[in-house]
Design a protein around this ligand. Structure first.
Ligand SMILES: [Zn+2]
Length: 707
């Protein structure tokens, strides 16, 4: 796609364009806009196609905004394939039914090496050749996402559609255009192709999927069920700016149709399927590379399939099998088609991760902050080697959306590390005996009426003293990620709670070990071990303590950020929400929750009691973050940003941290650098009054960190 020389040039031009002012004369603007378009398309390719960006997101955005500014000042510079034109509000034709140029057929399935041998035999029969005749097969992953058909005309992307029923799909051009891994312009005309239809699959990387869900959890939004549903949902959303769309990548794996200006077939110029994919890769599409192999024998095919089945969990994307195609296009034609599928291709399906089972009952579990989670009890099934008998139904919306009833036969799936989930209820198997799932109106533990906050998916028990919540909070408190009390797990918490020994978290530290030694199954030795584990936990660093308190949305990461800022847990008592959000990576939701927690007298007295019981609530050495690179330009400095900056504040903080500085939230004698933007107010005055703080402009800051 790009030569090393070109890439070097683009990277160099990127650096230059980040420095120079945006042109104001039309000749200069035209020149800059042309450069920016080329460069941005290159960076889109590095990021989305190669998964290997060479500039930061921040720099990319900066270049993008520059092009936007030029186009706003000189609208004549806007061209349809400009990166700025990817996301549009033009939804004309959206959702309309469109006919594929060539039908998208499904594939026959195979499940083992024996099936693959049979496939090879049938191909040889169709071609009337013996078993020594060389037939090469191209093998590539079967992506578990949403199928796509893309049409290019005159080198421009003119249509994107879903697979639909195979002959007709839905027009989703606006969404497809906003996906950065799909080129808006591709030089098909170089090979004399005027119009072409490509096949591909829209997928979301597993790690991006996890990130998206983390973001959604933070924002109190409903979580996505799995990468596949998120990708297929994203394809059909009516908002091309939606996160899901932005995170979708499309692998393109087949040329379906190609003609020249006069409508003559141009597929004949490719000697093989593999050569067609190579061309697509050279035109800037995302194609399977390390995942694709041309095999000379069917044995090589089944070995390659087996290797991928073993390694599928480590792969960045969800795949549910491999696809095997006769590589030679002339031989493909000679094999032909049945009415359902091509005879020259077959899918190799990996072992089932799906199974059906009967939904027997639904339990309602109460979380440590009161969220009610419906949990389906199903007849036990084997899924990829694990027995599954209960599955979270997440919340009421999930049940309503999927129309799940007690007594239903449900399709259950378990993919990789993702916990098992219910794909759907099979309503065609209903016999009328199924009953609706009754969501409780009152807490199953304390009978308090449940509430549902506006922006949240979960119903909650608002009673902080709810016994069920208390038990969950104690289980969390002693857990490995929190206070890490060795051996003190769920079963001890539940047992001691039943005995009336644990009425509050503070009781964990005032247990009577003589009584424990007398319990059945204990004895002196295990009581002593437990006592030692509890004693050890009293010295845990502050960040673990903060995390152990079960404050809504306060995770381990933010706990660490907070512990780095304070000397004593009680310091947070006087913090404002703004002080929290001033810390990089601390969002408004968690800020609100932590503030509310420390405004509550009962929580304060709980912390006091814990401290009285000997638990450390002060900052320890382990709470102070270590900076790694001793040569970083701002190593060991503390820094604070104030006033309005051109760059995003959080990004500025990230850049400072990368340069070795530590972000702090207030002006004090410990502050080294204050970066003051426009309209800097009291913080600037205070820093000037102190006389020990270096005050920098934004430009100075950018200069210093670039070395
Ligand atoms: Zn309750």
């Amino acid at each position: 796609m790009y030569t090393t020389e070109q890439q070097r040039k683009f990277v160099e031009q990127s650096r230059q364009l980040l420095e120079v002012p945006t042109a104001t004369d039309s000749a200069g603007a035209e020149n800059q806009a042309a450069q920016l378009r080329q460069i941005l398309i290159y960076h889109e390719w590095r990021y989305s196609v190669k998964n290997d960006p060479v500039i930061s997101d921040f720099e990319y955005d900066h270049l993008y905004k520059k092009l936007e500014a030029l186009e706003a000042a000189f609208p004549l510079l806007i061209v349809p394939d400009s990166p700025t034109q990817r996301v549009s509000n033009d939804l004309s034709g959206y959702g309309a039914s469109v006919t594929h140029l060539v039908p998208m057929l499904s594939l026959a399935n195979s499940y083992n090496a024996e099936d693959l041998k049979d496939f090879d035999t049938s191909i040889r029969k169709l071609l009337n050749v013996d078993e020594d005749y060389p037939i090469a097969y191209c093998v590539e992953p079967k992506y578990d996402g949403g199928s796509l058909a893309l049409v290019y005309e005159n080198d421009l992307l003119v249509r994107g559609a879903t697979r639909g029923n195979g002959s007709e799909g839905e027009d989703i051009s606006a969404n497809v255009k906003s996906m950065r891994s799909i080129p808006v312009r591709a030089a098909f005309s170089k090979t004399n192709i005027h119009k072409v239809e490509l096949r591909g699959e829209a997928v979301i990387r597993k790690d991006r999927f996890e990130e998206m869900n983390k973001e959604r959890a933070k924002a109190g939004q409903q979580l996505f069920a799995n990468p596949r549903n998120t990708a297929t949902g994203g394809l059909r959303t009516k908002d091309p700016k939606e996160t899901a769309v932005r995170n979708i990548e499309a692998f393109v794996y087949q040329l379906g149709y190609a003609v020249d200006q006069d409508g003559n077939d141009k597929m004949g110029q490719f000697e093989s399927h593999d050569a067609g994919i190579e061309l697509l890769g050279n035109l800037g599409f995302k194609i399977p590379t390390k995942e694709r192999k041309v095999c000379k024998t069917i044995k090589e095919v089944s070995d390659f399939c087996a290797k991928w089945e073993r390694e599928r969990e480590d792969y960045e994307y969800e795949i549910d099998g491999m696809v095997i195609k006769v590589n030679d296009l002339v031989l493909q034609e000679r094999c032909g088609y049945t009415s359902h599928h091509p005879r020259w291709a077959i899918a190799y399906k990996f072992k089932a991760k799906q199974a059906t089972s009967k939904l027997v009952n639904v339990d309602f579990q109460i979380g440590k902050i009161g969220a009610i989670t419906p949990v389906a009890k199903i007849e036990p099934v084997q899924l990829a080697g694990v027995t599954v008998s209960s599955i979270s139904l997440h919340n009421q919306d999930f049940i309503t959306e999927r129309d799940i009833k007690i007594g239903d036969t449900v399709l259950v799936e378990r993919a990789g590390d993702v916990i098992p989930y219910i794909v759907k209820a099979m309503d065609e198997l209903r016999d009328g005996s199924e009953t609706d799932i009754q969501f409780p109106e009152n807490c199953p533990s304390c009978a308090t009426p449940l509430i549902r906050l506006e922006e949240e998916a979960a119903w909650r028990c608002p009673n902080y003293h709810c016994e069920a919540q208390l038990v969950q909070r104690m289980i969390h408190h002693v857990s490995k990620d929190a206070m890490d009390i060795d051996g003190f797990g769920r079963s001890y918490v539940e047992r001691f709670h039943k005995l009336g020994w644990l009425k509050s978290i503070a009781d964990v530290y005032s247990l009577d070990y003589d009584e424990i030694a007398d319990l059945e199954g204990f004895g002196d030795r295990s009581a002593t071990n437990l006592r030692m584990a509890v004693e050890k936990a009293k010295k845990q660093p502050l960040h673990r303590f903060l995390y152990s308190l079960s404050i809504h949305h306060l995770g381990r990461k933010v706990s660490k950020l907070l512990a780095a800022e304070i000397k004593h847990a009680m310091d947070l008592k006087d913090w404002t929400e703004e002080q929290f959000t001033d810390i990089k990576d601390v969002g408004p939701v968690v800020a609100k929750n932590v503030t509310a927690f420390f405004r509550d007298e009962e929580n304060i007295s709980l912390i006091r009691q814990l401290e009285e019981n000997g638990v450390n609530v002060q900052q320890t050495e382990k709470d102070i973050p270590q900076v790694a690179d001793a040569n970083a330009p701002l190593i060991g400095k503390t820094i604070l940003f104030t006033g309005s900056l051109n760059i995003n504040r959080k990004e500025a903080q990230q850049m400072a941290e990368k340069a070795g500085a530590k972000n702090v939230s207030g002006v004090s004698s410990k502050l080294n650098i204050l970066v003051a933007g426009e309209k800097a107010g009291s913080k600037l005055k205070k820093a000037q009054a102190l006389g020990t703080v270096e005050v920098w402009t934004e430009e100075e800051f950018l200069e210093r960190i670039s070395g």
